[in-house]
Design a protein around this ligand. Structure first.
Ligand code: P6P
Length: 335
């Protein structure tokens, strides 16, 4: 009987083929995967679970928190804190570093995550996701400071996302390509369905929140104007547009059929360098995109090279199909 490869088997095989001395990483990823299964169950209940809607509270980003933002954050911390592989955690939903409670063992990794990205879509039943990033802990304190997390994206040892869509999928990289798994609810396990995911180098599909058009910088204005001009313009071909307002859904679409996703620098709020957060949105997604043959840039710099200055730092994001991202970067260089 041909048994599908489960994510647990896949990660065990990858560990055996790796140079890693310890087996802590697949153990840690197994706990992250369990947390994503629990979140999938909570999200898929929808209104039946009584956890729709918003709280009175705001997160450090100044965004109204959904009940599920807080619940999914707790699912992550409670599922993963006792495993012994982590020195600390950081999340979109927590102002500061989450310290591992004193009664639990510590390990050599740092986990950074957005427990429910795109959560404003939950109440309207549009796909949302979880994004996670794993870094090595270089220090030796039992309570790592925020500064220990501020490593450039090139230092990530693993990154992935769960997409709670028409099916629940998990896409992950440990630096050896990108692989996608689909949750088989009959066995409660993710099985390998998308081995070796790669992003087509060309695309005719762009994703941007066009309501910000008047705030964009000139290179982005030029690029989008040319896409909209289609055959009648300098690109000589028609484009299509998508905007889901859920980064996980956009990136997944790009991994499957190509595309370019942009949340560029804009002057809507000059105090903000962009909307998306470097540590738990841009960096993990950029690691995945580059491992799949795509590019990911701020418009001026490779995102994975950005030296973080704060846990909740924002950056402009232009990522996706290599040849199309290079067009946008050429416009930035010319400007
Ligand atoms: P806007 C979700 O809040 C998020 O962080 C990303 O997932 C998404 O791409 C973006 O913000 C949507 O932003 O301004 O269109 O609501």
């Amino acid at each position: 009987m041909q048994i599908a490869t489960t994510i647990t088997q896949f990660l065990a095989d990858e560990q055996s083929a790796s140079q890693r001395q310890d087996r802590d990483l697949p153990v840690l990823l197994g706990q992250v995967i369990t947390a994503c299964k629990i979140i999938s169950n909570a999200v898929n209940k929808g209104a039946l679970s009584g956890v729709m809607g918003s709280l009175e509270s705001e997160n450090i980003q100044g965004e109204t928190q959904k009940k599920l933002d807080v619940i999914t954050n707790e699912i992550f911390t409670q599922t993963i804190e006792r495993g012994g592989q982590l020195a600390g955690m950081a999340s979109e939903e927590m102002d500061d570093v989450y310290q591992i409670p004193a009664q639990y063992p510590r390990g050599k990794y740092l986990l950074v995550f957005d427990p429910l990205d795109g959560s404003s879509n939950v109440d309207v039943n549009i796909s949302v996701g979880t994004i996670f990033s794993v870094l090595r802990y270089q220090g030796n304190s039992a309570q790592p400071a925020a500064g220990e997390f501020l490593q450039p994206g090139t230092k990530q040892v693993a990154a992935g996302y769960a997409l709670y869509g028409s099916s629940t999928m998990l896409v992950i990289t440990t630096g050896n390509g990108v692989n996608g798994f689909t949750l088989d609810t009959n066995i409660g396990e993710f099985v390998l369905t998308h081995p070796g995911m790669t992003i087509p180098a060309d695309t005719k599909e762009f994703a941007i929140n066009a309501s910000n058009q008047r705030f964009w910088e000139a290179p982005v204005q030029r690029y989008v104007t040319e896409c909209v001009a289609g055959k009648t313009g300098p690109r000589g071909r028609d484009f299509n547009m998508r905007w889901v307002a859920s980064m996980v859904a956009e990136v997944h679409r790009i991994l499957i059929r190509g595309g370019i996703f942009m949340y560029p620098k804009d002057n809507k709020d000059p105090t903000k360098a962009g909307k998306l957060r470097l540590m738990y949105e841009a960096n993990p997604m950029s690691f995945i995109v580059e491992q799949a043959g795509g590019l990911s840039s701020t418009g001026r710099q490779r995102i994975l090279d950005v030296q973080p200055e704060g846990l909740h730092q924002r950056v402009p994001v232009i990522l996706g199909s290599k040849n199309e991202v290079e067009v946008v970067l050429s416009y930035h260089a010319e400007h």
